[in-house]
Design a protein around this ligand. Structure first.
Ligand code: ADQ
Length: 750
């Protein structure tokens, strides 16, 4: 912020300084010239005065030939400190009388009308002003009086004037800069606050203050733009702010009028596991599950997923169905069983060793094996068969989740051509060159284009996808409508930034002060210990190593904070059977240990690493207890942890550090945005976060909370479903028109 305000000030000061310097460069010599000319004119007048005074006595002495008196008069006259020398030249132009000071080199100067053309003469002692005046007696020329006046005082004065003018310029530049910067800052803040208030006012039902006058001319345009944006987000006809489960239910009832909703994902939302204390239900640590679960609760459909838990088979019915959530069942989970080979090839192999590193820029090489690809094709077909089996009509709405099922849309479309298939790609999409290294790139793109709607988190990922399709398939792309025409089918490709369900107030939740005390006590930390938190799957894309390095660098740069700050990293193990992930976990552990050894004293450890799954409520307590939450992914489709942290801070305190390479950074501009590869930047952001004044924290947190609350997961799902409903409606109208015209043709034939 401070850097930005210096930048802003420089934007005014530098051009101002340049203009003033340029002005000074030309103005000072000009002023100098002008003052010299004024002085010369003064000296001319003075010469006239002196010669007029001397004329009569001199003529009298000349007439009397009284050299003594002439010399005496001359000596007296040059007692004036400015009059340096005098001389008299007779009519023949010979030097007749002169004071001792008279420079002989001047001789008897003549000038037009008795004046020298250039009266300034440079002598070794300095410049002098020379003027000669003709003396006449009864109209007859009696000779010339030559006056030499000292000009060194003019030089002195001119130097002084130069100094004063220069000083004046500097003073003026300072004053103008100060006033300009002050006014610019005030206006800038006025503008920012005005626009911010407007955005808040438009996006939330918060009561408004009066509009700042400087915003007024823009207000109507800004409001129109926001309304257009809102309409685009909400679709036509549904006026709902903020979105929630009920809005979604209403939308499903109105726009999709009882149409069946099927979700397909690899990860199941509930895993039944055998434990020594009987069967337990677990919720996996996954952003995808967090987001889609909220939708399914609202629309009571069927979720098809891989049954991976040790007690999963024991808890399903004959159709492999289990009602969930276990406490209040509201939708059906259909489990698909995979053999070890299938899981190894499709999930660990092609999806996680191939597609995951292919789509994330984290400098891990993708591995492609033909055997993995074969399993991927097979498993996609098995899930597609499950969708077809679960479909109660020929046109269900199928929500396909993520990179595990790139081929499934085409497979479902082959059997249910009227199905509305919405595929959401939860991870980034790379540029065409990067994607091009996949040996089955055409098959993947073809499979995905079996979708009716294809969603990405950001416009950037969407663009990358369209460029990739353009590069490798024969398609027609309409950029404005954001559609790809391929074969006889049309796929709409759009950004739908995912979010979280804005949490309802939790009645028995600890207030922030109590959460702080609870966590510090649990970790045996002093009550005033500063706390940082990181929550991730233990994945190499999440930037955990870089985050620890930033903590280390901050402790190096700011020794005052050693002992007072602890960073808690909660990392859920993930894909642990893959070498890459085992190596990564070992690196993370070793780094934490090294940093801890380096800075530990007594019981103090700067990093606490908890490599285990935590319940959402526990995570929330950690979020509420921390000064700062650090999200430093090297690349991330969106990142829901950032939004969960914001949602947990109803006290409007706490600072979010957010990697610029997350989709979330495109929305949460008030976070401290960092490049995770730049360790010093991360360290400074951490230190800045820990020292950030409460007011600034509140201002940033408040703005982000409004955004996350209003653009929640219900809105994410609602937008996709609304788009699907519109396309279904269009399709219905088209098929009605077709059948009408076919009827007419048939009647005509009969
Ligand atoms: P993920 O890569 O799983 O999701 P993210 O969006 O950060 O990433 O979501 C992780 C989820 O798991 C969060 O809800 C978090 O609370 C939870 N979680 C993390 N660690 C946990 C732990 N130790 N214990 C319990 N829960 C934990 C993918 C993409 C993301 C995209 C999401 C949603 O990679 O970019 O945001 O899908 O589309």
């Amino acid at each position: 912020m401070r850097f930005r305000s210096v930048q802003l000030s420089m934007r005014f000061i530098v051009p101002l300084a340049l203009v003033l310097a340029l002005f000074g460069y030309f103005a000072i010599p000009w002023m100098e010239n002008l003052t010299v000319r004024w002085f010369v004119r003064d000296l001319d007048t003075r010469s006239q005065l002196v010669s007029s005074t001397l004329q009569q006595p001199l003529l009298n002495y000349l007439e009397d030939n009284d050299s003594a008196r002439i010399n005496d008069a001359f000596s007296r006259a040059i007692q004036d400190e400015r009059l340096y020398a005098l001389a008299f030249c007779d009519p023949s132009g010979k030097l007749a009388y002169k004071t001792d000071t008279y420079p002989v080199s001047l001789g008897c100067p003549r000038g037009a009308e008795g004046e020298e053309a250039n009266p300034v003469v440079k002598l070794p002692r300095g410049p002098v002003h020379v003027s000669s005046r003709e003396l006449t007696q009864d109209g007859i020329a009696a000779g010339r009086l030559v006056l030499v006046q000292d000009m060194s005082f003019i030089e002195r004065r001119s130097e002084d004037t130069k100094k004063y003018i220069l000083g004046l310029f500097v003073l003026l530049a300072g004053a103008i800069s100060l006033i300009t910067v002050l006014i610019a800052h005030l206006s800038w803040h006025g503008w920012l606050n005005g626009v911010r208030d407007m955005l808040r006012g438009e996006l939330s039902p918060r009561p408004q203050g009066p509009m700042p006058p400087e915003i007024a001319p823009l207000a109507s345009e800004l409001r129109a733009l926001l309304n257009e944006y809102n309409r685009e987000l909400q679709g036509n006809g549904v006026e709902s702010q903020p979105w929630g489960p009920d809005t979604l239910k209403t939308l499903l009832n109105q726009d999709l009028a009882g149409d069946q909703i099927l979700v397909v994902s690899n990860r199941e939302p509930y895993i039944h596991v055998n434990t020594p204390n009987g069967v337990k239900v677990q919720r996996p640590a996954s952003g995808l599950v967090t987001a889609v679960e909220a939708v399914m609760r609202a629309c009571s459909g069927t979720w098809i997923a891989h049954g991976a838990g040790s007690a999963d088979r024991d808890t399903v019915d004959a159709n492999d169905h289990v009602p969930v959530p276990p406490e209040h069942p509201s939708y059906t989970l259909r489990r698909v069983w995979l053999s070890k080979e299938e899981e190894q090839g499709y999930y660990y192999g092609f999806a996680n060793e191939g597609l995951w590193p292919l789509c994330h820029i984290a400098h891990v090489r993708p591995v492609f094996r033909s055997s993995d690809w074969a399993e991927y094709v097979k498993v996609n077909q098995r899930f597609a068969d499950a969708v077809i089996q679960e479909a109660r009509s020929d046109n269900p709405v199928v929500l396909v989740q993520d990179y595990h099922f790139a081929l499934l849309p085409r497979m479902v479309r082959a059997v249910l051509p009227k199905a509305t298939i919405i595929t959401f790609w939860h991870i980034p999409w790379p540029n065409p060159e990067s994607f091009g290294i996949c040996p089955w790139r055409e098959e993947i793109l073809d499979g995905m284009l079996g979708s009716t709607i294809l969603g990405f988190h950001t416009p950037f990922h969407r663009k990358n996808f369209l460029d990739t399709v353009d590069r490798y398939l024969e398609t027609r792309i309409e950029n404005e409508a954001s559609t790809v025409s391929y074969g006889n089918e049309l796929t709409q490709v759009k950004p739908y930034p995912i979010s979280i369900a804005w949490p309802e107030p939790v009645p028995d939740e600890c207030d922030v002060a109590a959460c702080r005390a609870e966590i510090r006590q649990a970790l045996a930390l002093p009550a005033d210990q500063l706390l940082g938190i990181g929550v991730d799957r233990l994945d190499y894309t999440k930037g955990i190593v870089e985050r620890f390095q930033a903590v280390e660098r901050m402790l190096e740069l700011h020794p005052d904070i050693v002992g007072k700050f602890t960073f808690v990293q909660i990392a859920a193990p993930t894909r642990s059977s893959l070498d890459e992930y085992q190596n990564f976990e070992a690196r993370v552990r070793a780094l934490a240990q090294r940093i801890n050894q380096r800075f530990s004293s007594g019981s103090y450890l700067p990093i606490i690493l908890k490599t285990e799954h935590h319940e959402q409520a526990q995570l929330r307590t950690y979020f509420r207890a921390s000064e700062v939450c650090s999200v430093t992914s090297l690349h991330d489709g969106m990142n829901l942890v950032a939004k969960e942290f914001i949602a947990s801070r109803d006290d409007e305190q706490g600072v979010l550090i957010l990697s610029q390479f997350t989709g979330a950074a495109r929305e949460l501009h008030e976070a401290l945005i960092v490049n995770p590869y730049h360790i010093e930047e991360g360290a400074e952001a951490l230190y800045r976060a820990l020292r950030m004044p409460a007011d600034e924290q509140r201002e940033r947190m408040r703005t982000m909370r409004v955004r996350v609350r209003d653009f929640n997961v219900y809105r994410w799902a609602g937008r996709m479903l609304q788009d699907a409903a519109r396309l279904r409606q269009r399709e219905r109208v088209r098929s009605r028109i077709n059948s009408l015209s076919q009827n007419r043709v048939r009647k005509g034939e009969a």
